[in-house]
Design a binder for this molecule. Structure first.
Ligand SMILES: NC(=O)c1ccc[n+]([C@@H]2O[C@H](COP(=O)([O-])OP(=O)(O)OC[C@H]3O[C@@H](n4cnc5c(N)ncnc54)[C@H](O)[C@@H]3O)[C@@H](O)[C@H]2O)c1
Length: 371
């Protein structure tokens, strides 16, 4: 029997828009999803941009007006990959129209706006999912299982980092990423390591942070000679106390000259330890605490770590970044069809945003902030 079709409306066709489109195209060949995604409509900043992107990415229609996409009866899921400042208005309109909302991170530009979006979605009873795709890695799921099993004993410490180099050059121009309304390294990539810390070790109780702008000015636009001040952080270091009592630290840095994707962490326990970096995303490092055998053992991703086997029957052949989005979309489609709720939903993403904001407040006040 043919599966029902699920109409996808995608807003934005940049880095993440292409990644979403790829995931919606691939998912039903890899997972037993409850419906077949139909790439119905793509919205971008102008009709022309949207028409070209719709054709390139396989969507039936394009529009320069995201409101038309959200209101369209043939669209069941609204995927938001537009700049952060647009997440709230698009999500509110989609919630009002009763659509499932799949929004990129960070959920919004402030915690207050993120909370409004969360409360609206909960009141309307719509399914929500936020694109913290790195949590979909089977190695991260395995790490959480190892921690919960007690195999590394009682957790005593966390050290996390999301460091990349895409803003290391002072001539990289301003964009939505440097918009003082919700931009900065902490919001852009710090949100990923915060979401991962919460996934592995639970909520944080208190934070203290130091945010720093490394490059004081940037070109106002691509190719511009005029420069404008930078009002957001390039680098943040924070101390953390989790609700469990575990203490730790994290760094968000988009000017880390040698790093391309160092979303990494180390968790120390009384009987063992775990370590991970997204730069080697198919490996989890485990020290199991055996006396006289110090040093990490490499656990290699394979079919023993679901859903790796949906992609490949052989270990060591490696999943990639785009595969994490496919896993995320499979969970979204299941929840859309009435299956298990998917996380991180808007509420969890609001908690992440509150943590980002608490770190920014801590930097301004030079003290600890309770969450
Ligand atoms: N989950 C991840 O790993 C990840 C990675 C990168 C970016 N992101 C997030 O995805 C979002 C987009 O980032 P990106 O890197 O794809 O940016 P991008 O600049 O590559 O793409 C943004 C897209 O939005 C479009 N857009 C701008 N104004 C619009 C409007 N008014 N209506 C419709 N479309 C409009 C742009 O034309 C472009 O196609 C951001 O929220 C970002 O934080 C997430």
């Amino acid at each position: 029997m043919n599966k029902p079709e699920i109409g996808i409306g995608l807003v934005g066709s940049g880095f993440m828009g292409r990644c979403h489109a790829n995931a919606f195209r691939a998912v039903s060949g890899l997972f037993d999803v409850p419906g077949e995604p139909r790439l119905e409509m793509l919205a971008d900043a102008s009709d022309d941009l949207a028409a070209r992107a719709a054709q390139a990415l396989g969507f039936a229609r394009g529009t320069g007006d995201w409101q038309a996409l959200v209101a369209d009866d043939a669209v069941d899921i609204v995927a938001i990959t537009a700049p952060n400042v647009l997440h709230a208005p698009i999500a509110h309109a989609a919630i009002k129209a009763g659509k499932t909302v799949y929004c990129e991170k960070p959920l919004s530009t402030t915690a207050a706006l993120a909370l409004e979006m969360t409360e609206a979605a909960e009141a309307a009873g719509v399914v929500t999912l936020v694109g913290f795709n790195f949590l979909r890695n089977p190695m991260i799921k395995l790490a959480r299982e190892i921690i919960a099993s007690g195999d590394i004993g009682e957790v005593t410490g966390f050290r996390g980092r999301h460091a990349e180099n895409y803003m290391a050059d002072p001539d990289v121009p301003h964009s939505f990423r440097t918009d003082p309304r919700g931009g900065g390294a902490l919001a852009d990539i710090g949100s990923h390591i915060i979401s991962m810390a919460r996934y592995l070790l639970g909520p944080m109780a208190e934070v203290q942070a130091d945010c720093r702008t490394i490059h004081a000015t940037r070109p106002t636009a691509p190719g511009a000679t005029e420069r404008a001040p930078v009002e957001v952080d390039d680098m943040t270091h924070a101390l953390i106390r989790f609700e469990s009592g575990v203490s730790g630290s994290l760094e968000a840095n988009w000017a880390a000259t040698a790093r391309t994707m160092d979303l990494s962490w180390e968790i120390t326990g009384t009987k063992g330890a775990l370590a991970f970096s997204q730069e080697q995303m198919n490996e989890l490092q485990l020290w199991s605490g055996t006396a006289g055998r110090s040093g990490y053992t490499r656990i290699e991703a394979g079919p023993a770590h679901p859903p790796y086997g949906a992609f490949c029957p052989a270990p060591g052949h490696h999943l990639g970044f785009n595969d994490l989005k496919v896993i995320e979309v499979a969970e979204l489609l299941a929840a859309h069809a009435g299956g298990p709720a998917c996380t991180p939903d808007f509420r969890e993403a609001y908690e992440v945003q509150s943590t980002v904001e608490a770190m920014q407040k801590s930097n301004a006040s030079r003290g600890w902030i309770s969450l």
